[in-house]
Design a protein around this ligand. Sequence first.
Ligand SMILES: NC(=O)C1=CN([C@@H]2O[C@H](COP(=O)(O)OP(=O)(O)OC[C@H]3O[C@@H](n4cnc5c(N)ncnc54)[C@H](O)[C@@H]3O)[C@@H](O)[C@H]2O)C=CC1
Ligand SMILES: O=C(CO)COP(=O)(O)O
Length: 297
Amino acid sequence: MAEIAVIGAGKWGQALHFALSQKQECFITSRTKRDIKNFVSLEKALECQHLVIAIPAQEIREWLKNNFIYTKGQKILVAAKGIEATTGEFLNEIYSDYVPEKNIGFISGPSFAAEVIQGLPCALVLNSTSKKVYDKFKPFFPDFIKVYYSSDVTGAEIAGAYKNVLAIASGICDGLHLGNNARASLISRGLVEMQRFGKKFGAKKSSFIGLSGAGDLFLTASSTLSRNYRVGLGLAKGEKLENILKELGEVAEGVKTAEAIYKLSSEHFIYSPIAREVKLILDGKPPKESLKDLISD
Ligand SMILES: NC(=O)C1=CN([C@@H]2O[C@H](COP(=O)(O)OP(=O)(O)OC[C@H]3O[C@@H](n4cnc5c(N)ncnc54)[C@H](O)[C@@H]3O)[C@@H](O)[C@H]2O)C=CC1
Ligand SMILES: O=C(CO)COP(=O)(O)O
C-alpha cells in the first residue's frame, strides 16, 4: 500500500504531488480523471495512511460530507487557504467534524505552485496542534522544500486566507498605477490588519511576521503569478468580476474570503478597513472611491 496520496489535482495539488513524488511513490486523485502518473480512484487514495487535501476552501464542506470516509486513523494535511464565506468558519473548524485534531495539519507559507513544480527552493510551515503530524509528514518532503513546524493552526490559517484578500487589494493598487510607495503602505498596513484580526481569534503574533504571514503576503501581493493579485488588476481596469474569474479559470480564494472576513469583522467588531474595501469593490464599488475612503480618516 502506498503511503501517501494527494486529493485534488488543481495547480497546488499537482505541485504537491510532484514534490511528494521525489522521495517515494505518491498517488493523486481528483473528481475528473487526469493524465498524471500514479493517478488513482478516490477509493484507492483514501486507503493511504497519509493524505494531502488540496480542494478549495469554499468546496470542502460539501466534499467532506459526500466523499470522505475517515475510518483508518489517517494523518491529513490541508493545503487550501481560505475561510468559508457562508458561515465564516475556518478550515480547522470544518475539518474538526471529520478528523481528530491530533491527526490533522495545515500547510502555510509562500509557495507558488508554478515554482514548486519546477523544483525551485521553497519554505513551508506545517501547522498542527500535534507535532506528531509534522514528524510524520516532514520526511515525505523533498530536499528543495524546507518544512518548519508551528502549533499555531489558527494564526497560519488566518494569515494564509487574509493575504489572498490583501493580494487583491495590492493588484487593485498596482492596476490603478498608484506607485511603489502606495503598495508598500498597503502591504504593511495589511499585515497589521491581519494580525489584529487574528488576535481576536487567539492567533499568535509571531505567525504574522513569519513565513505564514509576511512571507506569503509579500509574495502574493507583489507578483502576477498570484491569481488573487491578477483579480485585483482586472478590477482596477473596470472589468466585471464574473469575466475576470472566467478568464482566470482557477480559484482565487480571496474573493470569497473577503466576504468571510467582512462577516466576521462585523460580528466581532474588528477594524478591517482594507478587507472591507475589497469586499465592497467585489460588490461593485468603484476602486478609486475605495481608495479615497481608505486614505481619508
Ligand atoms: N496554486 C498555488 O500556488 C497555491 C494554492 N494554494 C491553495 O490551494 C487550494 C487549491 O488551489 P489550486 O489547486 O491552485 O486551485 P485550482 O483552481 O488550480 O484547482 C482547484 C482544484 O479543486 C478541485 N475542486 C474544486 N471544487 C471541487 C469539488 N467540489 N470537489 C472536488 N474537487 C473540487 C478542482 O477540480 C481543481 O482540481 C486553494 O485554497 C489555494 O488557495 C495554496 C498554496 C499555493
Ligand atoms: O498561496 C499562494 C502562494 O503561496 C498562491 O496564491 P494565489 O492563489 O493568489 O495564486
